[in-house]
Design a protein around this ligand. Structure first.
Ligand code: UDX
Length: 476
């Protein structure tokens, strides 16, 4: 029984309100954090539209029987305008979703303010944790009595640190159009990262800019889904650049347990298939929830995987599927004819939602071909699985640098900038990760880092202590 949950008329000491951006990779993280906080008997309210709350509930990976219930609040805000994807778009970023983000942030503002006023009269303290891209929704929260707000970054601390340095003009030089050189004294100079213009289309940079300009002035702090044993250096840079805020690294939000048992307990059919494989012999291939690929690209991946001679699980989502919204027509991703017959029992193609964390935690999984979305990076780090990095857009090209050059837990698909990556390149990177000396080295690094991270969330570990300090801080 959660004594603390807000029942009309009851007074509680602290209550947390989560404001996620309605995109799957963002929702997931605040949901995990919600479960983590509610496991400390803190009441958590998860706020959004009916559509995105339904999506969050559908896709959550937690077992509710073991957690305290989170209260979902569906505000009746107008459906977000969401035109179908533009087939002629040149950027890989899903730009068609931008209007829905802007609308979500704006439309939530009023109903949220009313809700917070009501809560603040029933609680000693209301703690608002909002996605950094939902600042318009939380305008003015600092003026509500008993209320304090925390900005939550869904990307790596590395990406946040670089962006903070950029905003302060602390970059020097530019080796070519696509990369910028980091200011000496913060990160090694030789770490070349993709420019923001390469990572995001202009209209999304404008959206980021507008949300950052509206960040609460008197924000109580910033929260990251990372921990100091992974990103201590980046967190120090952020603390130097933004000393006015307290920065909390509370991750990993979704600590994984590696099972040594030879038989997995999950009901998904791919787990029974994994149980039949050799240790560390399978590469898991998945590109998150926003990557839409052309048929031509899907064909090259299919052939590359087939030729690599490695076992694989490939999550192949439908080409233009927007995850949170009903985007209209969905173009079915096509596999080459006769493909299933060609690969036989050597590979599985999953056409819907895969149990990613369970797959990565399985002893038969030895590599992860990923777009380097931050959830996927954190999940591969905590499970100790090395990556073949193929970034698409957003923070992903920068996460790739973190994973492969800073942490050295992955290899790069060198030609990721090309419009279509060939089957040869896919085959080469799969073999490099799974059966080369370089692959073996990054595997050892990944396993070592995974152990360190898992230890840090145990009782007395560094990450656990920071989380407990945060809990003590908000329940003070
Ligand atoms: C987006 C951005 O792309 C990413 O760069 C940013 O850091 C967060 O928002 P997304 O592209 O969805 O994220 O990728 P990722 O961050 O990796 O999140 C995907 C999540 O969905 C992961 O937690 C993954 O475990 C889960 N997932 C995805 C599944 O469990 N099963 C699937 O089949 C696909």
């Amino acid at each position: 029984n959660n004594q603390n949950h807000v029942i009309p008329g009851n007074y509680v000491s602290v209550v947390v309100v989560m404001i996620p951006l309605p995109a799957q990779g963002h929702l997931n993280q605040l949901l995990h954090l919600s479960h983590l906080l509610s496991s400390y008997d803190i009441p958590v309210h998860f706020v959004g539209s009916a559509t995105h709350n339904r999506q969050a509930k559908l896709r959550r990976v937690h077992n509710d029987e073991t957690s305290h219930p989170i209260q979902f609040h569906d505000f009746d805000i107008r459906p977000y305008p969401c035109p179908p994807p533009n087939p002629t778009a040149t950027h890989k970023f899903p730009s068609h979703l931008i209007p829905s983000f802007t609308a979500a942030a704006n439309h939530l503002h009023r109903p949220l303010a009313t809700f917070l006023h009501t809560l603040s009269s029933k609680a000693k303290r209301v703690v608002v944790i909002h996605d950094s891209l939902m600042s318009s929704a939380v305008q003015g929260v600092d003026t509500i009595s008993n209320t304090e707000s925390y900005t939550f970054h869904t990307v790596s601390a590395f990406a946040v640190a670089l962006h903070s340095l950029e905003r302060q003009g602390l970059f020097i030089g530019s080796s070519n159009d696509k990369t910028t050189t980091l200011y000496d004294g913060y990160f090694p100079k030789e770490l070349n990262v993709a420019s923001m213009e390469e990572c995001f289309p202009k209209e999304f940079l404008e959206f980021i800019g507008s949300q950052f300009r509206q960040l609460p002035k008197k924000g109580a702090g910033k929260i990251y889904n990372t921990c100091r044993v992974i990103e201590g250096q980046s967190l120090e840079v952020i603390e130097r650049v933004e000393p006015q805020f307290r920065h909390w690294a509370l991750g990993p939000f979704n600590p994984v347990k590696i099972s040594s048992s030879m038989k997995s307990c999950s009901s998904h059919s791919c787990m029974a298939w994994l149980d039949q494989q050799e240790p560390r012999s399978v590469i898991y291939v998945s590109f998150g929830t926003t990557t839409a690929m052309k048929d031509e690209q899907i064909k090259e991946i299919a052939i590359g995987l087939a030729r690599s001679d490695q076992k694989f699980i490939w999550v192949l989502r439908d080409a233009d599927k927007g995850d949170v919204f009903d985007v209209g027509k969905v173009r079915k991703s096509k596999l080459p004819e006769g493909y299933k017959h060609l690969i036989g029992d050597r590979g599985l193609v999953i056409r819907d939602w895969a149990p990613q964390v369970e797959i990565l935690s399985h002893w038969a999984t030895g590599g992860f071909m990923t777009h380097c979305g931050w959830n996927s990076c954190m999940e591969s780090i905590t499970t100790g699985v090395p990556v073949a990095a193929w970034p698409m857009h957003s923070d992903q090209p920068r996460n790739m640098v973190l994973m492969t050059m800073v942490l050295r837990v992955g290899v790069v698909l060198q030609v990721w900038r090309q419009e279509v990556v060939t089957a040869d390149a896919v085959e080469e990177v799969v073999r490099k990760l799974m059966v080369s000396e370089e692959g073996e080295e990054v595997r050892k690094n990944a396993e070592k880092l995974g152990n360190v991270v898992r230890q840090s969330v145990e009782d007395g570990g560094e990450s656990r202590r920071e989380l407990e300090a945060f809990i003590a801080h908000i329940t003070r």
